[in-house]
Design a protein around this ligand. Structure first.
Ligand SMILES: Nc1ncnc2c1ncn2[C@@H]1O[C@H](COP(=O)(O)OP(=O)(O)OP(=O)(O)O)[C@@H](O)[C@H]1O
Ligand SMILES: [Mg+2]
Length: 245
């Protein structure tokens, strides 16, 4: 269906920690405008793959290409400048800075607008979009969990990304907050953002993903549309095997 070059192309990526193979020759891609779900049991290598894409870890083997450019050896801040933003599984705001100041770090160091007046407008727009506009002058350590998760997403957006990597942005939210976050991410897709999404909640993956990639022990074991993946025997075994252990 889509024949254009993928926005993100990962080829043969291997990352080890001592004797542990966290990623084992992983191939995957993300096309412009897609939401791709990345799932797998605990310890499968999902966050490690984000760290490799975002320039936090250098893989021993393989290649990451973004917009046709080899970014494998780039440092995190340069990857961000090219238009890839990520969130952290555990939110990492600058606690003693206000939301505005947290966001300004992103506009200054990302792909976007620097310190211009436009950057203030943009920050206001993102925080409004996230429902955090009332908190713009509050310090980040006054936020509750759902607000911290929304700030984490907003900080990623402040860098003007073309691709965002969301690492379990729904974890710990109650059902109504989860629905709120699903709507938020759906709206980001409608605005043209490309998203790679790690999530344990299958409801979230089934609702948002155009395509799903499954990792288990660092290997890609399945890839397809959400329905195909949910019915795949190897995927079911990977999950049930773990929960029965
Ligand atoms: N910095 C590190 N040093 C050593 N081992 C690591 C490091 N980061 C991850 N690992 C190991 O690599 C494997 C993959 O971890 P990773 O965090 O990528 O899994 P995950 O799929 O994100 O799991 P979860 O769903 O629990 O977040 C695990 O065995 C983990 O213990
Ligand atoms: Mg993880």
């Amino acid at each position: 269906m889509m024949t254009t070059q993928p926005l993100l192309k990962i080829t043969g990526v291997t990352k080890t920690f001592g004797g542990l193979v966290a990623l084992d020759k992983v191939d995957m891609h993300v096309h412009q405008g897609e939401i791709v779900g990345l799932i797998g049991p605990n310890g499968a290598g999902k966050t490690t793959l984000f760290n490799v894409i975002a320039g936090s870890f250098l893989p021993e083997q393989g290649e990451i290409c973004f917009q046709g450019q080899n970014v494998t050896h780039l440092k995190a801040h340069n990857v961000c400048k090219l238009g890839i933003a990520r969130t952290f599984q555990v939110p990492k705001p600058f606690k003693n800075l206000t939301l505005l100041e947290n966001m300004m770090v992103g506009t200054c160091f990302g792909a976007g607008l620097g310190k211009s007046k436009d950057s203030l407008n943009k920050i206001g727009e993102i925080l409004r979009f996230a429902g955090l506009e009332d908190k713009i002058s509050s310090k980040a350590d006054t936020l509750n969990l759902v607000e911290r998760k929304k700030l984490e997403v907003s900080k990623a957006l402040s860098t003007s990304p073309r691709l965002v990597l969301f690492d379990e942005v729904m974890a710990g939210l109650n059902p109504s907050e989860t629905v709120e976050m699903i709507t938020f991410i759906g709206k980001l897709r409608d605005r043209g953002l490309t998203i790679l999404l790690i999530e344990h909640l299958m409801k979230v993956i089934m609702t948002l993903s155009d395509r799903v990639v499954v990792l288990d022990y660092g290997r890609k074991i399945c890839e397809g549309n959400p329905q195909e993946v949910a019915n795949n025997a190897q995927v079911i075994e990977a999950y049930l095997g773990k929960s029965n252990a």
